[in-house]
Structure formats: C-alpha cells, structure tokens
Design a protein around this ligand. Structure first.
Ligand code: AFP
Length: 315
C-alpha cells in the first residue's frame, strides 16, 4: 500500500479493502473474508465452552472436544454456502468432504481449533486454514494459493498470505471488522527466540546438539504448546525458529503436514522465512494422505539452515 497513507488511514483499512489494494483476485478475496469472519463465531463458542468432551475421537484417535466439533461445523457450513469451495478437508473429519457441485474453484483445509487442549488454561489457541486451487494430494508449492490463521488471544488477530502478495495482520475491532495492523510482515534472517517442541528424552542426538547450539547462542525459549500462538510470536517478533522434530519413536514428529504445516509454511515463506522438515522444504513434500505428519523447522533462514547442518552432518 502507498507510503503516503497516514497511520490513521492505514489503521482504518479493513480486510476486504486491503486485499483489493494488494491485488488479491475477487473470488479469493471473498473466500478469505468469509473464512476470517468465522473467527467471530468460533470465538463466541470458546467463550461459552466448558471444555466438555464430545465423546468422539478424530482420525488420529484423539478425543474431540465439543469445541473442536462445533468449530469444524461453523467452518464447514460457512464454506458450504460460499459458492467457491469444492472440497473441504479438516482435522476433525475422517475424509475429504465434497461441499460443492464439483465446479467450484477452491479446496480448503482446516485445523478448526488447534491447541484446543489449552482452552481450559486460557492460553491462546487458533484456527489454521489452507486454500488450494487443485487437489491437496500433491505438493503445497503447486496447489496452494493462500493461507490464513486466526489467533484467539487477548485480541483476535488474523494473518493471511496470498500467492506472491505478502503476509499481513489484521485485528478484529469492537465493531467486528478486521482492520489492518501490520502489512507486508518481514522476518529477519536471524532472530532471538526458539520454540522447541517434543520431550527431551524423545529427541535425537543431532537435534539435541542443535538445541544446545541455540541455547549457547543465547536464544530465549518461548513455547506455549499452541502451534498458532508460537508461530505468530515468531512472525510478529520478526524472527526465530519453531521446531517440532523427528522423535526417536516417531520419525515423522507430531504435526500434520496438510492441516498445520503447509499453511504456516506458506505464510512464513511470504514473510521471507523458510520451513523445512529438517532437510526438504515443507511445501515441496507430497501429501500422500490426510494423516501425514512431518518434522518441522520453521522461521528465520539462519536458524532453519543451521538445523539442516546439524541434521545432515556426517551423512
Ligand atoms: P492439541 O490441538 O491437541 O492441543 O495439540 C496442539 C498441537 O498439535 C500444536 O498446536 C502444538 O504445537 C503441539 O500440539 C504441542 O505438542 P506438545 O503438547 O507435545 O508440546
């Protein structure tokens, strides 16, 4: 957006206007806006939730909170009537859901409420969305056209990136509008925080050596157990690294490639950062099935490349 726009004017720029100004094409603008708006309804569910278990388990055998399922329902219903979505894949659904008549433009992936196990602790949690122009069973770099996440914290914020058009943050104001707070967010090549997932006892030797390196370099540990706020912190503090690595007993780590890693990798890359599984770019990994997990190193270029050095030393 033009430099001449005053801060006050900039702050009043709402989501739809900003997407038009940076050049997001119309149908994608309307879809991103419709998804972002569900943040208001999911937030309302969070406020009325009593963390009751829904008595169901998801594809991964994890107990689902009523909140997980209601957040998924809110998203699915909104997308069903958007007119732009052909298929919907969600962490809370056992299979891809056909939403349209087969001619709609987009495929949407969702982790409707990531970190929901934190809801009773009042820590920030989030919604993660990937938007694809063709079947998701391919490489994210070939299929993704946009991604967004919503953070439910002291403020409700939304970050989106659309192919080639940067990464931008909005705050939901009292009137229920998303207004621009940061445009064209850029991550520094080297940061000062690290967000290390996984239990120490389960970590591999090369990864332990990498963590020791970061600690000796004086990186500050910042880890909440919520992927969305932990990634958001690296984006908004403009640097650092989040990792959930290969574990001794789980070489693919914990986080889901389609629902969690691809959207965040898309956004972080649009902010000048990188995301790998320790060796290969996350967006270069082929999605074979919905359950697929991958190790992840995501954030500033220096820290992620340094991880690759430790993990490939001697190979
Ligand atoms: P839940 O959705 O079950 O709370 O898991 C959250 C998550 O998938 C991701 O948001 C975190 O980064 C990661 O798990 C935390 O895992 P640990 O609890 O093993 O640290």
């Amino acid at each position: 957006m033009g430099e001449g726009i005053s801060d006050y004017t900039r702050f009043c720029v709402d989501l739809r206007r900003q997407m038009w100004m940076v050049g997001v094409e119309e149908e994608l603008r309307r879809l991103i806006w419709q998804i972002a708006i569900t943040g208001k309804y999911i937030s309302a569910k969070i406020h009325e939730s009593n963390r009751k278990l829904a008595g169901f388990r998801n594809l991964y055998g994890e107990e689902q909170l009523a909140l997980d399922r209601s957040s998924d329902e809110i998203l699915k219903n909104q997308l069903q009537y958007s007119g732009f979505v052909r298929e919907y894949a969600s962490e809370e659904q056992d299979a891809v859901v056909l939403l349209g008549k087969g001619r709609e433009k987009y495929f949407v992936t969702a982790d409707p409420l990531d970190g929901s196990s934190l809801v009773d602790t009042n820590l920030a949690i989030g919604t993660i969305i990937g938007i694809h122009k063709e079947s998701v069973f391919s490489r994210g770099r070939d299929t993704m056209v946009a991604a967004l996440y919503i953070t439910y914290g002291p403020l409700i914020t939304m970050v989106y990136a659309a192919a080639g058009l940067g990464a931008h943050e909005f705050v939901l104001n009292r009137e229920g509008e998303y207004v621009l707070s940061q445009e064209n967010i850029r991550i520094k090549d080297r940061g000062s925080i690290y967000s290390p997932g996984g239990l120490r006892k389960d970590l591999t030797e090369p990864h332990l050596k990498y963590l020791e390196y970061l600690e000796n370099e004086g990186y500050k540990l910042r880890y909440s157990g919520g992927f969305v706020p932990d990634i958001n912190q690296i984006l908004i503090k403009q640097g650092g690294v989040f990792t959930y690595p290969a574990l001794q007993k789980s070489p693919k780590g914990k986080l889901r490639l389609l629902f969690e890693l691809q959207p965040m990798a898309f956004i972080i890359e649009h902010a000048g950062g990188i995301a790998t599984d320790g060796r290969e770019d996350i967006l270069s990994l082929k999605v074979e099935d919905l359950e697929q997990r991958a190790p992840v190193y995501i954030g500033s270029r220096f820290e992620v490349e340094k991880a690759r050095e430790f993990l490939t030393a001697g190979t």
